[in-house]
Structure formats: C-alpha cells, structure tokens
Design a protein around this ligand. Structure first.
Ligand SMILES: [Zn+2]
Ligand SMILES: [Zn+2]
Length: 145
C-alpha cells in the first residue's frame, strides 16, 4: 500500500489515498455526467475502499452534488466548495464501503498511473482512441453511473 496525496485547485481541500499496486491506475469514464462535470472528454478514476481515502483538510466544508445514476440509486459527488474540483464520488449502488476516486487529482497520479480500463465506451468521441480494454459494466459487474 502506498500513500498518495491530493489537493484541489485552490488548496482549500487536501486528501490522502492509500492504494494497492493494482489500484495505481486510471479507469477512464466517458459518460455524459463526467463530460459535463469536468468539461473534458472523460474523467480518470479508481474504485477504492472508502476507508483508504482520508480528507485531511477542508472535509467539514465539502460540497455534495447528488444525481440519480443509471441504477436508479443516488450518486453523491464530493467537491471543493471554493474551486469545485471533484475529489470522489459515492455511487451508492457499489455499497457504502466503496468510493470512486478521481485519480487525475492525485499529485503523482495523473502522469504516473497508466490507463487500465475504460467504461462508457459507446460515449467515446469519434476522434478519441481506445487506450485500454473497454467495459460497458464496472469491473465488479455493477452498472456504470
Ligand atoms: Zn479548492
Ligand atoms: Zn462517468
């Protein structure tokens, strides 16, 4: 297990993620919500145990945006209330003990981690190349939100 620090754009929020080697990689999500929340073509994520992510600064003031996922169950998106950087999402369909961490916001994650999987491939833009095996379900078999 390796500790990875992360911080938001403005610095008001900081966190530490403790990851297994097989979690030190990106799952690219091409879904419409990821596109509109990020303003980009996809987001970079990993599914990790909730207990392995600690918000060490600004936790008490985190914002939470909730929407209904494809499963019909809520998805809670936690973000810095000042700069709006998204830190992690809780897809309740995955249970209370798992969260979806934004690996691109880990200080050493964006450049060092490799893409390991892609989800929502049908929403990949025509000019984007497939860079990892694409799944229409999450690796755990849960619906993709
Ligand atoms: Zn911030
Ligand atoms: Zn997504």
């Amino acid at each position: 297990m390796t500790r990875h620090t992360g911080h938001c754009t403005c610095g008001r929020t900081e966190w530490i993620a403790t990851l297994d080697p097989d979690q030190e990689s990106h799952i690219l999500c091409h879904c419409g919500t990821c596109k509109s929340l990020s303003g980009g073509t996809c987001t970079l994520n990993q599914i990790v145990p909730r207990e392995n992510v600690q918000v060490t600064k600004g936790e008490e003031s985190l914002g939470c945006y909730t929407y209904t996922g494809n499963s019909g169950k809520p998805v809670h998106c936690y973000y810095c209330p000042n700069c709006t950087a998204h830190i992690y999402h809780h897809q309740t369909v995955l249970g209370d003990d798992k969260i979806v961490l934004r690996t691109g916001l880990l200080d050493d994650g964006l450049e060092r981690f490799e893409p390991k999987a892609e989800v929502w491939g049908k929403a990949r833009l025509p000019w984007e190349k497939e860079v990892a095996e694409t799944y229409e379900m999450l690796p755990q078999g849960a619906p993709i939100e």
